[in-house]
Write a new protein. Structure first.
Length: 412
């Protein structure tokens, strides 16, 4: 599985100078309406690692071609953005202050299933309000000439339209494009051809649109205030220039109704990788490694780590658990089998040494495990994770003892 290290058309723009960052009226446009001059790209994205890391990789590729990139974010900027030396402009300081944003993420780390999905959407309502209130002025004042918008920031497209700017949509999680034959992203279903399966898909797609109505209402209120046409569906918030998905085409279910602007590109990674997390390699004892990661969001349930450790303690293997910052390693010091427990870990390096990965089925972790040919036990928690698990090779339906997990194998 290849890394995404270059940006092709329509974002392949010819720079005049690596140092001249000028907001000017374009003198020439390509067939997709983007000028062939230096650009200042603005990034609108959820401020969480799974979305920010690929955005930083994309921003680095744009900068290497002579463009300027500024991130417009709610909450405190992640270290990876500062470390890559990108400009950051904060949004929502009064509507969605950083401390409130942190509390929202902490709560998401301890809930699951439909409750987690509803919580994510509720925080999205507040985020949309902050973006629609603050982003137009901030983007205009910064001199941005084009926007790069995460699919999970649907208000971003309306900001671009209000300012008369082109924008592209980046799918940093499982693609949200709906089709009758494709199960919804939040269900662990495999595609089926029977009429009742298609009916179930349609019902669930419609249910998700209803859940998204508060966000769409925010967007349409903004659009009416600025004499823009109202939008009926979430899909209408996405770019008609380019929709770029981190999924490889082979990972996704068969698709027949994707728009012409849709592109599968695979994972977006910095060519030189990210700064490595420190890790106690001296604690590895030579046994096969079972690597455990529940990501950086859904990682605040200590009983789940305990159940994993209990299940693996009987195996002749060494468990390595990375907590993603959700818990302190000291809180899990007495786990069965004495696994190595760390706050963060060099994931790709450890996966290359591992025999098995046990994961929440976050898209990035699954794709990285597959890129290293490591088999996966998927324990999806909420949001798009059930859909990611369903797309994982060798998918089998097995209920874990937690009562909420679907996996690629026996959870014991």
């Amino acid at each position: 599985m290849r890394s995404f290290e270059r940006v092709d058309s329509p974002l392949e723009l010819r720079p005049r100078s690596r140092k001249a960052f000028i907001w000017e009226r374009p003198v020439q446009k390509n067939s997709r309406g983007i000028s062939n001059t230096m650009h200042h790209f603005g990034v609108l994205s959820p401020n969480v690692p799974g979305h920010i890391h690929p955005m930083v990789a994309l921003a680095d590729a744009l900068r290497s071609r002579g463009h300027r990139v500024t991130f417009f974010l709610i909450g405190d900027p992640l270290r990876v953005i500062r470390g890559a030396d990108f400009e950051v402009i904060g949004l929502g300081q009064t509507i969605f202050p950083p401390e409130d944003y942190r509390q929202t993420l902490r709560k998401l780390g301890a809930i699951s299933g439909r409750t987690g999905l509803k919580h994510t959407i509720a925080s999205g309502v507040r985020g949309a309000e902050a973006i629609l209130s603050d982003a137009p002025a901030a983007v205009r004042q910064a001199g941005v000439t084009a926007l790069v918008v995460d699919q999970a920031t649907p208000a971003g497209g309306s900001v671009a339209e209000r300012l008369g700017l082109p924008f592209v949509t980046i799918r940093n999680a499982l693609m949200l494009n709906t089709e009758p034959a494709v199960p919804p992203f939040f269900r662990p279903w495999l595609p089926r051809t029977e009429w009742w399966a298609r009916a179930c898909n349609r019902i669930n797609h419609a249910a998700f649109e209803r859940l998204m109505k508060p966000i769409m209402d925010q967007i349409n209120s903004f659009r009416r205030a600025h004499v823009l046409s109202s939008l009926r569906r979430l899909a209408e918030t996405w770019s008609q220039i380019a929709q770029i998905s981190l999924e490889p085409a082979a990972f996704e279910f068969s698709r027949r109704e994707l728009p012409p602007a849709f592109h599968f590109v695979g994972p977006l990674r910095l060519p030189g990788g990210y700064p490595p997390a420190p890790f106690p390699y001296e604690q590895l004892d030579g046994r096969p490694i079972l690597y455990v990661s529940m990501g950086t969001l859904q990682n605040r349930v200590p009983t789940l780590y305990r159940r994993i450790a209990e299940s693996c303690a009987v195996l002749d293997a060494q468990l390595v658990i990375t907590l993603g910052g959700g818990l302190e390693p000291g809180t899990l010091a007495d786990l069965p089998g004495r696994p190595v427990v760390v706050s963060y870990a060099p994931q790709l390096e450890l996966l290359s040494r591992s025999t098995l990965a046990i994961s929440h089925a976050g898209l990035n972790t699954v794709l990285e495990a597959l890129s290293e040919s490591v088999p996966i036990v998927a324990i999806p928690v909420t949001n798009d994770q059930p859909g990611v698990a369903a797309r994982t090779p060798g998918w089998a339906r097995e209920r874990c003892s937690s009562g909420m997990a679907w996996t690629t194998g026996d959870c014991a």
